[in-house]
Design a protein around this ligand. Sequence first.
Ligand code: JFZ
Length: 495
Amino acid sequence: MKVLTQCKRSGIAALLAAVSLGGALTAGAGSPATIEEQLAVQAGGERVKWFEEARFGMFIHFGLYSEPGGEWKGKRVGRNWYAEWLRMQAGWPDSLGMPREEYDTLLARFNPDKFNAEEWILAAKEAGMKYFLITAKHHDGFALWPTKVSAYNVVDATPFKRDILGELAAACKQHGITLGFYYSHWQDWGHTGGAMPPWPADRGPFKGQGPTAPQPTQEEFDQYWHNVALPQVRELIRNYDAKFFWFDNWRDTPYLNDERLNQLITLVREESDDTLINSRIGTTWNHSAQNSVIDYISMGDNQFPKEALGKPWETSGTMQRSWGWHKLDYGWKTTDQLLEHLIHNASLGGNYQLNVGPKGDGTFPLQATKRLQEIGAWMAVNGEAIYGTERVSFPENDWGRMTGKQTKDGYRLYLHVFNPEKKMSLPIAGLRQKPGKAYMLETGEPLKSRVKGNGVTVDFSHLLSDERVSVVVLEFVEQPELTTATVSASKDQGH
Ligand code: JFZ
């Protein structure tokens, strides 16, 4: 392993040297010709396996903004519902948020004395989540760990003085949860040279509205990049053994050019053989080049694709509208909606990263805890139909979604029935082979199935009516052959 790492380092260093000298790369036959190709060799593969099998993770937005919870001077924070944008959105569009000194009055108020790392990690685990992701540093620049880079962090600048990431890393290790970090590498409003909001926006609902945010020069950004961003990413890997990063960029910016993105990727690869990088690291590469150097794709916020993607992928989604705790945001999704998102993504081979915005005292909002517990109860019974499953190439069925899995006894198809009724039939478009066995996952209760029309139909007559999403298992000796014929669902009218 050590030797491999060494080779890898010198290989990338040599390539970078060649690139920076502007020299054409004279790669030998069969060796990658461009830096993108060189980096791509190391993307994906083995190290992303756990991620694909996990399917379900927790996202946490926690920081100085958690304390005021979306309200400033008695008013709801403007622009959109994102409470973590407090500094730039309070008073918007009349002002560009608030001055740094005003925001920093939150440092003295940040004292989440009920924070208990083990409680957070156990809440994730009991919800059926396999990994955990937290805002090590959001756009405001405030760090949840004692970074050596600047004093703008929880230990050096707040009365709390505890290493939040360190405590979480220990709890993750103890309870077998994989740890990763959100890191705002592009915007940083708390360090000189970091990028400011790309405002006024040139598209979207706020197009042209509000004040202009003053941006750093390239030289200033370079200082931030080399003195803050890169060293902090290194710290997160070395100190907390980050197993994946969720970098956050969503539009073209002159600050994240190829050279800088290559530096960041190279740093992560040099520091660790098994740390994943997401696609939001940058948007300047063309899509396929970018996909080749990263490990997994991040969808836009709360975006659920209709088709599978060509790489491991995830959707990060909120329970409220806001990511950070927002006490005026009552737009809570129901447990059923959250479960359906998880199942929808699993049916297309993707993950779901469900966000919680803890309150300023370090506890989860009751609404979040309730949803996590309800999802956990479902997962405890039906997790088999989620973890380690694969996408099933069926057309969508209008009764729900399907996942599949090769087990040691044969192949299992799982039918996730979204709105179960006491008596209904489930046509499975494109499946012509009758399963050896059909039964409810929860109870093992057998169900009848038959080949009908151009697909198999399962009679769903003894359903437990209190389940949110009922899972039916179909067992086959081998993975059944599927055609893409569409069959429209029919519900029996006899009840
Ligand atoms: C970003 C952050 O600005 C936000 O505060 C939160 O952390 C979220 C998870 O990520 O917001 C985004 C990022 C990407 C898009 C929209 C909002 N996008 O791709 O449309």
